[in-house]
Design a protein around this ligand. Structure first.
Ligand code: MN
Length: 201
């Protein structure tokens, strides 16, 4: 059995299906790093696919924002309607991190010198830097930390940390990491689904 992590999908259902196929998943442990929803073509389809395959999945900042605002924000109200109660509840139950013998999985990152247990969900689902320096520069642990969230950096491997958000929704790649083989598998995006208003990613 392998342990496989998958970066931010953001509604890119076709690329996710292709990646799963390429990985030839049988009885492996699959962990998605969060941000299944928003920006891409099929948020509901992605949530449904991950749920039905019984993959594990973390809470991303986009799910966190959705859960905070689905009663008042019209876009999220619509998403709530489309998801239905079962998938909505499943999103509510997503963990903020998974820590195992060999790895820590978290959507955005770790706060230097702070235990995950004591860390605020809003921060570990959104942190990129700490005192203007990427959080992973502070990390000195031996356990692999696998995270997403930083598409602008692309695939980033440093200090036993692996950043898997390689910007699929921005027309780049959807990435997976196989822990036991230390191997990266990627699928190119079919197109640029989303162009951020204030950058050229
Ligand atoms: Mn994110």
């Amino acid at each position: 059995m392998r342990t496989i992590f998958i970066g931010d999908v953001h509604g890119c259902l076709e690329e996710l299906k292709q990646l799963i196929q390429k990985l030839n998943i049988k009885s492996d442990r699959v962990i998605l790093l969060g941000d299944l929803i928003n920006r891409g073509p099929d948020s509901v389809g992605v949530v449904k696919f991950v749920y039905e395959n019984q993959f594990e999945c973390l809470m991303g900042n986009h799910e966190y924002e959705y859960l905070k605002n689905y009663k008042k924000n019209p876009i999220y109200q619509e998403l709530y309607q489309q998801l239905g109660e079962t998938l909505h509840k499943w999103i509510q139950q997503r963990p903020y991190y998974i820590e195992d013998k060999n790895f820590i999985a978290v959507h955005a990152g770790l706060i230097p010198n702070q235990s995950l247990k004591k860390s605020k969900p809003a921060i570990i689902t959104s942190i990129r830097t700490y005192k203007d320096i990427p959080w992973y520069e502070y990390y000195k642990g031996k356990k692999y930390v696998i995270y997403g969230h930083w598409a602008r950096k692309g695939l980033t491997i440093r200090n036993h940390t692996i950043g898997l958000d390689s910007g699929c929704v921005y027309g780049k790649f959807l990435s997976a990491f196989i822990l036991e083989e230390k191997k990266i598998i990627q699928i190119p995006a079919k197109k640029k689904y989303y162009i951020p208003p204030s950058s050229k990613i």
